[in-house]
Design a protein around this ligand. Structure first.
Ligand SMILES: C=C(O[C@@H]1C=C(C(=O)O)C=C[C@H]1O)C(=O)O
Length: 286
């Protein structure tokens, strides 16, 4: 006998039961967040409760166990909204976003990553976004991915190694789209994300050092440079290069000391971010 198709009413009753279970679990998850807040107080991060590395670890784990037809991209989107609500419940959480003109797209990137209802201010100047974060008026700043042709190199504000300097903590969108990209900054120490990370290094050299010499210096110290994002020569003389390297770089990483010889005089890790999820991660290809 062919199986009888359940009635619409029966299917909707099943969806109602599932919704109750999901809802109960969200309510329960939120009660744990309050305890996490207490457990974090006194650790690094001060009054900032966002932990980008941990969020990516959670997403990597869920994507690995995902099954069925529900789109992985939407799974990521749902959890991004959950994380943001939970961070907001733990303490201050607000965004400063670069908006050079209407419709520039950075607000959408910020909302997709940090939640629909998180307080947000928009700024025409990249320097203002950095200041909002450095001075504690915003928790996270969203800025354009640096390029050599930009009028202002905002990343030059991140080259201090003093504690409290904003650091790059994410690259947006976390789901690769081939469209507009941004970097997110916060006054947080970089943390590994449990998978492929990239570190952004600011490298100081003499004004005559060639790009090839800087990249060779990094390779000799054991780094794996994957891109030179920008180079600026300061009026005071030195040249600063922004280089992406594969993998996490911790503060005491011995490669940092090894690299400061030859053409490289100083090196600062201006942040670390997880590699965005690729189409391959999201389409479930092996
Ligand atoms: C709950 C935490 O705080 C925040 C919220 C997270 C979550 O909802 O899973 C994860 C990381 C943090 O951004 C945590 O640090 O574990």
């Amino acid at each position: 006998m062919p199986e009888e198709t359940p009635s619409l009413d029966a299917l909707r009753a099943e969806i109602d039961r599932i919704d109750d279970e999901i809802h109960d679990l969200i309510v329960h998850r939120a009660t744990i967040a309050a305890k996490v807040r207490a457990a974090k107080t006194g650790g690094g991060g001060g009054d900032i409760f966002l932990r980008p590395g941990r969020e990516t670890i959670v997403l990597r784990r869920l994507l690995a166990r995902h099954a069925g037809a529900f789109p992985r991209r939407v799974l990521v989107r749902l959890w991004r909204e959950l994380f943001s609500a939970i961070v907001s419940m733990q303490g201050r959480f607000s965004l400063a976003v670069w908006m050079p003109e209407r419709g520039a797209g950075y607000i959408e990137l910020a909302r997709n990553q940090y939640g629909t209802f998180t307080p947000l201010s928009a700024h025409q100047s990249v320097g203002q976004v950095v200041r909002e974060v450095a001075e504690g008026r915003a928790t996270v700043g969203v800025l354009p991915l640096p390029r050599a042709e930009d009028a202002t190199a905002w990343w030059l504000h991140l080259t201090s190694d003093l504690p409290g300097t904003p650091r790059v903590v994410a690259r947006l969108p976390v789901v690769e789209t081939g469209g507009l990209e941004a970097l997110a900054i916060a006054c947080l120490d970089p943390e590994p994300s449990g998978g492929a990370d990239r570190a952004l290094l600011c490298i100081e050299s003499g004004p005559d050092a060639s790009r090839a010499a800087v990249l060779d210096g990094l390779r000799e110290a054991g780094f794996d440079p994957v891109g030179l994002m920008d180079v600026r020569t300061l009026e005071s003389g030195p040249r600063l290069s922004l280089v992406e390297v594969a993998g996490f770089v911790a503060p005491g990483d011995e490669r940092l000391a090894l690299a400061t010889s030859g053409p490289i005089s100083r090196l600062v890790v201006i942040g670390v971010h997880a590699e965005p999820f690729s189409a391959r991660d999201l389409d479930g290809a092996p």
